[in-house]
Write a protein that binds this ligand. Structure first.
Ligand code: IMP
Length: 478
């Protein structure tokens, strides 16, 4: 006899819609923060890139880290390589932007916006012919002012009076750090007010990075190498973490007293979440069978719809807390592929992990192909990016799927390609504006408030036809 039959169908993010709340007048996009805290590790964005060999390596971890998210380096990398990447990222200091694209006061806003989209930098210095600094075009400010695109940048730019300027061309990175303080950027000019360089706070801050480990032999060496390299979080990466192997690793890790938070996953049930919390996981990661490349359900009929799994884990953490336990942050992993998915996921989760979403970008680890599926290293020719799951024949991540030997291995992941979407930064910024806009609709300025106040509603399949997309029109034409 079966122990239980759950008749309520499992749910995913796109089946839900967010309801609105009163928006206070000051709840505008620039006043909304997407920062999150994962057991002491503060991130400016609640996003992690998946510990997949097709997704995260140095470039992705660096690009996402610069934007405020967290790259998780896959366990399939040899220990020395994984730790070397952590070390490179922790040692990374961009310092100054000395070759910024400059625009003139007479440039139209429309042209400036196109430059922002092309180069991915949301702030462009405005200078005259002699390179004298006149102001700064800020994409965010332009959006706020909602000026007509045909207007000149001179009408919307931030003037030198509105910002921190420093007249010391020889300013060092260390001095810039001091001057920046809480400010977001600093303009460095010479004695004739000519632009020398720009310093952004996010470029002089240390970039966070995480490393995945398995529960198999050698995990301690991997932890030690990564700790020595300065890693900010350790992630136990298994497809089913509701297991005594994970419990043992957590206990041993606790005994190491590293001071670095450990995230354990993945689980899909309240019992699984509860088990990891009791075993000392600082953070719990949720998801099985929902990854974009995942064939687990097809192969062994095991897994759960991601939002249902997240709701179960959220219930477990509430109970754990009510019984006197810690607040355990949750990361939902798999099946989050758009800003809309992120919004619904963040109504419960402290952060989301994504593979497929990041796989589309130049910074993803997968090879890039042209339109004829020939390998290319020229950005202008790139149309497709290789993707493969950790359980695919290509990655053969035996440890993640609990195989002791290659003989027992069967695939749980696909290999394929995804469309190339260019560089990470512009698309990410756009999606983060969508997430912030949804928070504004609910009247929330922070993700903590959002988790407390968000109301999400299930849509019927028929509602999805009406609310989920356009209907009764032919798109295009005019
Ligand atoms: P995505 O964001 O929907 O693409 O899901 C990414 C997640 O899928 C990863 O973070 C892993 O948890 C999971 N995953 C990675 N590789 C495989 C695989 O080969 N089979 C099943 N799940 C996988």
């Amino acid at each position: 006899m079966v122990k239980q039959i759950v008749r309520e169908p499992g749910r995913t993010f796109s089946e839900f819609s967010l309801l609105t709340g009163l928006t206070p007048a000051d709840c505008t996009l620039p006043n909304i923060s997407l920062a999150t805290e994962l057991a002491g590790l503060r991130l400016r964005l609640p996003l992690l890139s998946a510990a997949m060999t097709s997704v995260t390596s140095y470039e992705m971890a660096l690009a996402l880290g610069k934007e405020g998210g967290l790259g998780v380096l896959p366990v399939r990398l040899p220990i020395t390589e994984q730790a070397a990447i952590v070390e490179r990222i922790k040692g990374y200091e961009m310092g100054f932007v000395e070759d910024s694209v400059c625009i003139e006061r007479e440039t139209t806003i429309d042209e400036a916006v196109r430059l922002v989209e092309r180069h991915g930098h949301s702030k462009l210095p405005v200078t005259d012919r002699n390179n004298v600094f006149l102001g700064l075009f800020s994409f965010d400010r332009y959006l706020e002012l909602d000026a007509p695109p045909g207007d000149l940048v001179g009408s919307v730019m931030l003037t030198p009076k509105e910002m921190e300027c420093c007249r010391n061309p020889a300013l060092s990175v260390e001095q810039a750090k001091q001057l920046l303080g809480e400010g977001r950027y600093l303009v460095v000019l010479d004695e004739l007010d000519r632009l020398v360089k720009l310093a952004f706070r996010k470029d002089v801050e240390k970039i966070p990075v995480a490393a995945a480990i398995s529960t198999h032999k050698g995990w301690q060496e991997r932890v030690e190498a990564n700790l020595a390299a300065g890693v900010d979080m350790i992630v136990i990466d298994t497809s089913d973490a509701h297991s005594e192997f994970v419990g043992e690793v957590l206990a041993a890790y606790r005994a190491m007293k590293t001071g670095v938070p450990i995230c354990a996953g993945n689980i899909i049930t309240a019992n699984g979440a509860r088990y990891l919390m009791e075993q000392g996981a600082d953070i719990v990661k949720i998801g099985m069978s929902s990854g974009s490349i995942c064939t687990t359900q097809r192969q062994k009929a095991t897994g759960r719809a991601p939002l249902t799994a997240l709701i179960a884990a959220d219930r477990a953490r509430q109970e754990f807390r009510e019984e006197g336990g810690r607040y355990v942050p949750l990361i939902v992993d798999g099946g989050v592929g758009s800003a809309g998915d992120m919004i619904i996921a963040l109504a419960l989760a402290d952060a989301v992990m994504m593979g497929g979403y990041f796989n589309h970008f130049l910074e993803a680890a997968g090879e890039k192909f042209d339109e004829n599926l020939r390998l290319t290293s020229h950005e202008s020719e790139m149309r497709w990016v290789a993707t493969w799951g950790e359980g695919s024949a290509r990655a053969r991540n035996l440890d993640r799927y609990g195989h002791a030997t290659a003989k027992s291995f069967f695939t749980e992941g696909e290999e394929g390609t995804v469309e190339f979407h260019g560089r990470l930064k512009p698309r990410l910024k756009e999606d983060m504006r969508k997430v912030k806009a949804a928070l504004a609709n609910t009247g929330c300025r922070t993700l903590v408030e959002f988790r407390e106040q968000a109301v999400i509603e299930l849509m019927s399949p028929r509602t999805l036809d009406v609310v989920g997309d356009t209907h009764s029109i032919r798109v295009g034409g005019g």
